[in-house]
Design a protein around this ligand. Structure first.
Ligand code: NAD
Length: 373
């Protein structure tokens, strides 16, 4: 009997119904939980019970192949709240001092890091050392060197390292990738990625270089970097970049406000991207080929993703990204499934190498050659 069924029996259906109702908004009510699945279930603890961790926890209530079973936080009250809201046993809860003890807990398979960027590296190393699979939010680390250390540590420990690239499972995105591979767009010539929003509270960690590792590029520009790669279907070989700062009080030294960057690809295709923390309404991808085009607008938000191509509207279903991602991660970790677009640590190191190169190009004003493998 799978653990979900055991869970249903243990807490009783009415409690489950109540719990699911309380988190329904997180999953947009798209998918109904079902109990017919009887295969292996990935048992996950979330580390960092903030905005995104809570979103993932809610979405996971609708997973069939992954289950939220644990939590790690520095705030005791959050841990008790999560125990109540998500039926998490107290024995699966840790704080940042004690979570190495998870190595003695046979009921947790993987830990999902949803803490500020600067903490990912050390936390991933400790999780790997404890013998648990690591799931990490983007950006996986602050730079490629840190990222490679995470990959090496997980390889050494014999655990998997996956990164929360939720768009890699989004149906309309996958359809554009399918069409590009099928040659529907002809030879790809150009990609445009516009990613940004006007960031609020100036005191938040995203505007603190120590915790964020940078500014908009680390947080939102990474979607254009990663998106350029999966939309064009190649890795860039050079990058140029320019930074503009209109508000040096909100965006201190080392925290980029707006960066425009350009890529060149081996095929001759080029990309033009914008990453910003001061402009709204920027969530757009455009792909252009000799025979056709695709536009995603919005392209990477929580959804619904919308898109059209030269052939018409994209009509693939709207999904809750985090629910699908966690079911797919279960398949990848437990069954060795290969995703259409990689979500492993090596994929993230490539993005981090590009981020390093963009910051270097901004600093030097020069074109930076890239070698991603
Ligand atoms: P958040 O501020 O809402 O949550 C961060 C959590 O980390 C908080 O609970 C905070 O208490 C905890 N924390 C632990 N140690 C901390 C420390 N030393 N300083 C500050 N906070 C500390 O942030 P968030 O929006 O949930 O982002 C967390 C991570 O998730 C980031 O890496 C971010 O890039 C990523 N994220 C990804 C997506 C996505 O769509 N994939 C969306 C949002 C955030």
């Amino acid at each position: 009997m799978n653990s979900r069924r055991k869970f249903l029996q243990k807490v009783g259906l009415s409690a489950v119904a109540l719990q699911l109702a309380s988190v329904k908004t997180w999953a947009n009510g798209n998918a109904a939980p079902h109990d017919v699945y009887d295969g292996p279930v990935l048992r996950v603890a979330i580390m960092g019970l903030g905005g995104y961790g809570t979103r993932v926890a809610g979405a996971m209530q609708y997973c069939t192949k992954a289950k939220l079973v644990g939590a790690i936080s520095g705030t005791p009250k959050k841990l008790t709240n999560w125990q109540d809201s998500f039926a998490i046993p107290a024995k699966n809860c840790y704080n940042y001092q004690t979570f190495d003890e998870v190595k003695n807990n046979p009921d947790i398979d993987a830990i999902y890091i949803t803490t500020p960027n600067a903490l990912h590296h050390d936390q991933a190393l400790r999780i790997a050392k404890a013998g648990k699979h690591v799931i990490c939010e983007k950006p996986m680390a602050l730079n490629a060197k840190q990222g490679q250390e995470m990959v090496d540590a997980c390889n050494k420990a014999g655990v998997k390292l996956l990164v929360g690239y939720r768009m890699h499972f989004e149906p309309k995105t996958l359809e554009v990738i399918r069409m590009r591979k099928a040659g529907d767009f002809g030879k790809i010539r150009f990609f445009q990625g516009l990613c940004g929003f006007n960031i609020g509270d100036p005191k938040q960690w995203r505007l603190n270089k120590e915790l964020a590792g940078g500014g908009s590029l680390m947080d939102i520009g990474i979607y254009a970097i990663n998106g350029a790669r999966y939309m064009v279907g190649e890795d860039p070989i050079w990058v140029t970049a320019q930074e503009t700062k209109t508000d040096p009080i909100r965006f201190k030294e080392g925290v980029d406000e707006t960066i425009q960057f350009q890529f060149g690809f081996p095929s001759g295709a080029v990309a033009s991207c914008l990453s910003t923390y001061t402009m709204n309404n920027l969530d757009k991808f455009f792909l252009d080929g000799d025979r056709g085009w695709a536009e995603m607008l919005p392209s990477t938000g929580y959804g619904p993703i919308k898109g059209r191509t030269h052939k018409g509207e994209l009509t693939q279903p709207v999904t809750t990204h985090q629910t699908v991602q966690m079911d797919e991660f279960s398949e990848i970790i437990l069954n060795g499934k290969q995703p259409i677009v990689p979500v492993d640590g090596n994929e993230a190191v490539r993005d981090l190498k590009i981020i390093d190169a963009i910051y270097l190009a901004v600093k030097t004003g020069k074109k930076v050659e890239l070698k991603l493998v």
